[in-house]
Design a binder for this molecule. Structure first.
Ligand SMILES: N[C@@H](CCC(=O)N[C@@H](CS)C(=O)NCC(=O)O)C(=O)O
Length: 223
C-alpha cells in the first residue's frame, strides 16, 4: 500500500499509526500540498479535495483519513480501531469528527498556517490575531472538553480506537509547534503522555524526526 502525505501531518499520521498497529506494510510517497507545485500532476485524481492523506492499494485509490482507517479495518480487522459495540462505534467516529473540526480546524490549522506555512513557506507574515485566538480560546475550550471526558487510558470503550489516534495526533502537532498542555488539564496531559509510549505511535514519531527537524519544530516534549 502506498500512503500519500507527509508524516507530520495530523491526518497522515492517523493512517500511518493505523497501518503500523495492524501490521500493514506501506510505503510513503511524500506529498506536501501547502508547497506550491509539490503534489504530483494527477494529484486531484488521487485526492479529490487536494488534501492529505490518500492511499493507493493495488490500484484502488482512497482519500480522507477516516475513510482510509475504515477501509483498512475491513481488510485487516485486528486490532480493531472501530469498536464492535454500536454505541461505542458511533462515539468513536463522533470524537474523530470532533477532533477534525475542533482540534484540527479550530486550533492546529490556524497555528500551523500562521507560524509555519505563512512565514516559512509563503514568505508572508502570519496572522497573530488568529494565533492568539487558537492558542488562548479554541485550545483551552477543546482541552476542557477532553478533560471533562475523564480520559483515563482510552476515550471510548476502554480500548484504543480511531478517536484516540485522532486526538493524540492533533496534540502531537500542538506540542511540535512549541505549546504544552497546561497544568489545569492534568488528566488530558497524563492521557497524552501515556499514548506517546504506545509503540506504534512512538515508532511513527521516530520516522517523522527528519521532517520535524527540517521544519524547525519542537521535539523536546518527547525527551
Ligand atoms: N478530513 C480530511 C482532512 C485532511 C486535511 O485537512 N489534511 C491537511 C493536512 S493534516 C492538508 O492536506 N492540508 C493541506 C492544505 O490545507 O492545503 C482527512 O481526515 O483526511
Amino acid at each position: 500500500m502506498k500512503i500519500y502525505g507527509v508524516p507530520l501531518s495530523v491526518h497522515t499520521r492517523k493512517v500511518i499509526v493505523a497501518a503500523r498497529l495492524k501490521g500493514i506494510p506501506f510505503e510513503l510517497e511524500t506529498v506536501i500540498p501547502v508547497i506550491p507545485g509539490n503534489p504530483p500532476s494527477n494529484w486531484r485524481e488521487i485526492s479529490p479535495t487536494g488534501l492529505i492523506p490518500a492511499i493507493e492499494d493495488q490500484g484502488f485509490r482512497l482519500a480522507d483519513s477516516t475513510a482510509i482507517v475504515a477501509y483498512l479495518e475491513r481488510k485487516h480487522p485486528t486490532p480493531a480501531l472501530l469498536p464492535a459495540d454500536d454505541r461505542e462505534y458511533g462515539a468513536a467516529l463522533s470524537l474523530d469528527a470532533w477532533a477534525g473540526s475542533e482540534l484540527f480546524r479550530g486550533v492546529i490549522h490556524p497555528l500551523f498556517h500562521n507560524q509555519i506555512v505563512a512565514p516559512k513557506i509563503r514568505n508572508v507574515q502570519g496572522n497573530q490575531v488568529m494565533i492568539d485566538a487558537a492558542k488562548n480560546k479554541a485550545a483551552p475550550e477543546a482541552f476542557a472538553y477532553l478533560e471533562s471526558l475523564d480520559p483515563e487510558g482510552y476515550l471510548v470503550g476502554g480500548k484504543l480506537t480511531i478517536a484516540d489516534i485522532a486526538v493524540v495526533s492533533n496534540l502531537i502537532l500542538f506540542n511540535y509547534l512549541g505549546y504544552r498542555i497546561e497544568p489545569r488539564f492534568p488528566k488530558l496531559n497524563a492521557y497524552f503522555r501515556r499514548h506517546l509510549e504506545e509503540p506504534a505511535l512512538s515508532g511513527a514519531l521516530g520516522d517523522e524526526k527528519p521532517f520535524v527537524d527540517q521544519m524547525g519544530l519542537d521535539r523536546s516534549f518527547l525527551q
